[in-house]
Design a protein around this ligand. Structure first.
Ligand SMILES: C[S@@+](CC[C@H](N)C(=O)[O-])C[C@H]1O[C@@H](n2cnc3c(N)ncnc32)[C@H](O)[C@@H]1O
Length: 224
């Protein structure tokens, strides 16, 4: 099991994370503080062998940035519809339903729609040599995806309950014991956190959910 030790508190002083952020800023909607928190936590897992998967990549900026700290020895898988988010449902909560109705809000990002070319471009700027970008809805692409190696880092950023449940059901069993599951929306969207709780509870998993460095980033370490 990897141990996670003292976190660096002030990201604004971290010029390396700033540089990485600036490089991919046009390819991510994640604000700098949260972006840096992801990089810092990922970096703790750079010695762990295995692939990296992000589900919900939008323009691919966070996936590309992860390659800067996790290196080019491994394969990076990016899953997205590249058609935006599915319709939110009641289980996703009032805020999610309202967010999807408010098409003029500054954080609407055209329902998180991005052409696949952005993600291809972001990954071509990155350190990765081995990249698979898989377009389609998670419930259609994940069950048949060929992932021939264990997952060291799984980043979940699909916002809604069904999307998150599809990712957990198909990918959590493939995460290495002690591997990292980053939960972008755990703090933010009700449906996301409900899916995580339901999955863990349904499978009677003794997993703890943790907050990273007082940020909005939550994560868990795979435990069977
Ligand atoms: C908030 S955005 C991801 C942000 C991104 N990680 C970044 O660095 O900016 C959510 C993404 O999840 C994708 N998504 C959500 N549910 C999905 C599903 N069921 N199947 C495929 N893609 C999905 C959307 O297309 C969208 O690109």
């Amino acid at each position: 099991m990897f141990s996670i030790s003292d976190a660096v508190q002030n990201y604004s002083k971290n010029t390396r994370y700033k540089r990485i952020y600036q490089k991919y800023q046009n390819y991510t909607m994640i604000p700098f503080e949260n972006f840096a928190a992801n990089l810092e936590l990922c970096e703790k897992f750079k010695e762990m062998q295995g692939c990296v998967i992000e589900c919900g990549v939008w323009r691919g900026g966070m996936s590309a940035a992860m390659t800067e700290v996790l290196g080019n020895e491994r394969t990076y898988y990016l899953f997205d519809s590249f058609e935006g988010l599915p319709d939110a449902k009641e289980i996703d909560g009032k805020e999610a339903l309202q967010w999807q109705k408010d098409k003029n809000a500054p954080n609407y990002f055209n329902n998180c729609t991005a052409e696949i070319e952005f993600a291809q471009e972001a990954m071509s700027l990155s350190k990765a040599d081995k990249v698979e970008i898989i377009k389609g809805w998670f419930n259609e692409t994940l069950p048949s995806a060929t992932i021939n190696e264990p997952i060291a880092v799984l980043r979940l950023d699909g916002d809604w309950y069904d999307s998150t449940m599809d990712c957990m059901e198909n990918l959590y069993p493939k995460v290495i014991e002690g591997g990292l599951v980053l939960m972008d929306d755990y703090y933010f969207w009700d449906g996301f956190s409900k899916a995580i709780h339901d999955y863990l509870s349904k499978n009677k998993l003794p997993v703890r959910i943790s907050q990273w460095n007082n940020s909005n980033l939550y994560y868990l370490l795979k435990k069977s």
